[in-house]
Ligand binder design. Structure first.
Ligand SMILES: O=P(O)(O)OC[C@H]1O[C@H](O[C@H]2O[C@H](CO)[C@@H](O)[C@H](O)[C@H]2O)[C@H](O)[C@@H](O)[C@@H]1O
Length: 358
């Protein structure tokens, strides 16, 4: 298998202590993570504008609802097949399939330690209506287990860390839940580090009471909307639109906005038919990726090749970090063209499995 060939070329990580020190160093600079600027100050410009729209007025909230409708595959298919096909063709040229580029990727990994970062929903598990039933297949679990035998591997998810762990059930991985705001090292097989099995980093712990309060308020506020679901992700909250009639999306988004306006220290981001409420700290999946690389002893290191596979807007923060470092591979899982900082694409979770298995 080619993955195993790559493993033979890789350097071995052995410096445990530096990882721990690195973790502490970053933790101690926590205070600098907290933004006194306006909510959303750290995210990329298009989303910042979008957030501002959500936060500043009921009328403008429709912009988000429209964007969510427009990006749904059903709407794209029905919006004119010729231009959709042309767009697809040009997009794939710029974001070729990671499967078809495997040789180039193998070459890029020569002499480097691959570190795998895997998003969960839409990457390891297919998108389903009920977030509580987004199970990954046994085959996918076996693939991830196999990958983790050769490379340090982290799951980076918007979900609560315990919840994503209950789906993945592999104790040898790193887990970064709540969009990277809750990072924990492997509970077993500490192959890449010694002495640190506990939580590595929780930069938003002071927000826990506020998040709980918002969760309770949102549950109450949205209970009259059929299909709406509010999910407590510990350091953030998700409000799901997937099972809500599209005609009610604007009203639901407005309900969320009306709750959030009482909490200036929280902000909204958008995922796949979901609005996510999170603390206004300068922390995201990209920062989590950097933190984990440092914790593993790969700060300022040329001999590492981080590979990040994700499907969501929130994964863009990680793709952007890789692009800015000029190091690593961002792979977007998507059937449709999307504005992305990823370099490669895969169409769906089954392709992500094939890629990891190859
Ligand atoms: O970072 P991720 O691991 O991709 O998590 C992002 C959100 O994923 C989940 O919601 C998404 O998947 C659900 C199950 O397939 C789907 O029903 C929903 O519409 C999607 O948005 C999860 O429930 C959220 O809490 C995560 O933030």
């Amino acid at each position: 298998m080619r993955l195993k060939e790559m493993r033979k070329q890789n350097v071995v990580i052995s410096d445990a202590k530096s990882g721990i020190n690195m973790a502490i160093k970053v933790s101690m600079s926590n205070s600098s993570l907290f933004s006194s600027a306006a909510p959303g100050g750290y995210i990329s410009i298009p989303r910042k504008k979008l957030l501002k729209k959500i936060e500043t007025g009921g009328a403008r909230i429709n912009a988000w609802v429209d964007s969510m409708k427009a990006s749904s595959p059903t709407h794209i298919k029905s919006s004119g097949s010729i231009s959709a096909t042309e767009d697809q063709g040009s997009w794939i040229l710029h974001h070729p399939s990671a499967l078809s580029m495997f040789e180039q990727i193998t070459n890029a990994s020569k002499g480097k330690q691959i570190v795998m970062f895997l998003d969960y929903d839409g990457t390891l598990s297919p998108i389903v209506d009920d977030p509580d039933r987004a199970f990954m297949s046994d085959a996918m679990r076996a693939t991830v287990r196999d990958v983790a035998r050769y490379f340090p591997t982290a799951i980076v998810s918007g979900r609560c860390r315990d919840k994503v762990y209950s789906f993945v059930r592999l104790a040898e991985l790193y887990y970064a839940g709540s969009h990277g705001m809750d990072i924990k090292g492997p509970a077993k097989g500490r192959k890449y580090k010694k002495g640190n099995q506990g939580v590595l980093f929780q930069p938003a712990s002071e927000f826990l009471p506020m998040i709980d309060e918002v969760y309770t308020t949102l549950l109450e506020k949205t209970k009259s909307t059929p299909g709406a679901k509010v999910e407590n992700n510990k350091f953030c909250v998700s409000v799901h639109f997937r099972c809500v009639d599209e005609k009610s999306w604007s009203a639901l988004a407005e309900q969320v906005r009306s709750v959030l306006k009482e909490y200036p220290k929280l902000l909204l981001t958008q995922g796949r038919k979901v609005l996510e409420i999170r603390p206004t700290i300068k922390w995201d999946k990209g920062k989590a990726l950097e933190f984990l690389l440092e914790s593993l002893g790969f700060a300022d290191c040329n001999d590492v090749l981080p590979v990040y596979i994700g499907d969501d807007r929130t994964d863009e923060d990680a793709f952007k970090v890789l692009r800015e470092r000029g190091q690593g591979l961002g792979i977007l899982v998507s059937k449709i063209p999307k504005d992305t900082n990823a370099s490669y694409s895969l169409q769906e979770p089954s392709e992500a499995r094939t890629f990891a298995n190859t």
